[in-house]
Design a protein around this ligand. Structure first.
Ligand code: FAD
Length: 418
């Protein structure tokens, strides 16, 4: 039996960031990770506000030392490859938008850096797999059971709070502690991805993220990882991928040449220099993800769609907010509440819903979306793409514009079926 104030399941960006902020508040915590680091992970392009959290953790210089490519913005190419729109990374100084930058990351290196940092600031670490949840007679979560890598025996760990940062594993949902997963709107998509060497980058900022639109729900990413290697991936409806009947590598290589002319022109060598991987069913929501003794952060409760590179940011921002909520709880706030972490859940849900509206707007109204982003609501979308979704997403006129379009489209549809 071991005891800690906070047990954290998973040491990805969410778990390691939660540990760092808990330590900043003087709280004891134990990170438990099943995979030895460094390990491969997808999710390489970061938003502007993600960069801000990295700097807040004191890791800006370390990112530069590790030579992670600097990202100034994201460019989205239309289906012919001839038109594009661009969203720069900008931060807010008061009401003013100021040029800023963030990073592209090789996750093996980035995640190891975050874990090293969490340990350096005093987080305990255990290599092992969390296999069970401990609950008291009232059903409150009071700890976890771990299979440590260096032992045959299961180990019980008592904790005041358990943070689920297990990513796609959605551990507490699968243990029937949090609610069951509900498939998201993009659940039938499949992503197939790898890396290529020495493609043509071009543009003012050669390390920016490029997105290539093929047709609805069918697109590719291009994310520089160093001076030579670029991460490439294609996301498409599962039915389309299955109908092609190709191996993952055949599929990806052909798509790189066919999906968008602008992407095809960049490929100088289509050898895939990293294992070709696929992730299906990545879109889901765990509707109730907090309760007595536990809360979930990042992919452990919701992932919408990779298109605008929000996953790592959402995990790290929620980690920061969760650490605040846990500090208040340990100081005595909401101790007897049915859900002591309800306020954190509400903040997260509001931001995630705003992100969902943004992604849905892009797919349902691509031309209007491009006009909104480039001209009509430019500042709103610079804020949204940076990740400033947690304060007051209801005030974004750009999102209201998307809602109006949706209402209009629904009225037209009803009129045409009447
Ligand atoms: C195709 C695709 C492309 C993407 N591209 C981007 C992108 O460009 N930018 C971006 O920001 N995001 C992107 N994402 C999303 C991003 O990968 C995730 O949102 C992000 O990694 C979530 O971080 P996390 O800490 O919540 O989970 P993870 O990074 O998945 O970390 C979870 C950790 O928990 C560990 N774990 C799981 N179960 C247990 C257990 N029982 N016991 C112990 N340890 C456990 C795992 O080993 C893992 O290390 C993409 C996602 C997909 C599917």
């Amino acid at each position: 039996m071991k005891r800690t104030q906070v047990a954290i399941i998973g040491a990805g960006p969410g778990g390691a960031t939660a540990a760092a902020y808990l330590r900043r508040a003087g709280i004891e915590c134990l990170l438990i990770e099943k995979d030895p680091f460094p390990r491969y992970h997808i999710g390489e392009s970061l938003t502007g506000e993600c960069g801000a959290i990295i700097r807040d953790l004191g890791l800006g210089d370390e990112m530069a030392r590790r030579r992670h490519p600097v990202k100034h913005g994201v460019k989205v190419f239309g289906p012919t490859g001839a038109t594009s729109w661009y969203v720069p990374v900008m931060r807010r100084e008061g009401d003013t938008l100021v040029d800023s930058t963030t990073w592209q990351v090789r996750r093996s290196d980035f995640d190891a850096m975050l874990l090293e940092h969490a340990r350096a600031v005093g987080a305990d670490f255990m290599q092992g797999e969390v296999v069970n949840v401990l609950r008291n007679e009232q059903g409150d979560v009071i700890g976890v059971q771990v299979r440590p890598h260096d032992s045959q025996h299961l180990l019980d760990i008592d904790a005041d709070v358990v943070v689920d940062a297990s990513g796609l594993g959605t551990f507490l949902s699968r243990q029937d502690v949090a609610a069951p997963r509900v498939p998201g709107r993009y659940a039938k998509q499949v992503a197939i991805f790898s890396q290529i060497a020495n493609p043509v980058r071009g543009g003012e900022y050669p390390d920016d993220t490029l997105i290539f639109y093929g047709d609805k729900h069918h697109w590719a990413w291009f994310i520089p990882l160093d001076d030579e290697i670029v991460s490439v991936g294609v996301t498409a409806p599962g039915a389309y991928v299955a109908a092609r009947g190709e191996s993952k590598a055949e599929f990806l290589r052909r798509e790189l040449h066919e999906l968008n002319p602008n992407l095809a022109e960049r490929i100088t060598d289509d050898r895939l220099v990293e294992e070709v991987r696929a992730i299906p069913n990545f879109s889901y929501n765990v509707p109730r993800f907090t309760g007595r003794g536990f809360l979930c952060i990042g992919d452990a409760h919701r992932f919408i769609d990779p298109i605008f590179s929000f996953g790592v940011y959402m995990a790290m921002k929620e980690a920061q907010l969760a650490a605040d909520a846990i500090r208040d709880y340990l100081d005595g706030a909401h101790r007897d509440a049915a859900d002591p972490f309800a306020a954190y859940a509400a903040l997260s849900t509001r931001a995630q819903d705003a992100l969902q509206e943004t992604v849905d707007g892009f797919w349902d109204f691509p031309l209007a979306f491009a006009f909104f982003v480039h001209q009509r609501y430019r500042e709103d979308f610079i804020d949204i793409f940076a990740g400033r979704l947690f304060n007051a997403p209801d005030t974004f006129r750009g999102l209201q514009g998307l809602r109006n379009l949706r209402a209009h489209a629904q009225q037209n549809q009803m009129a045409s079926t009447a």
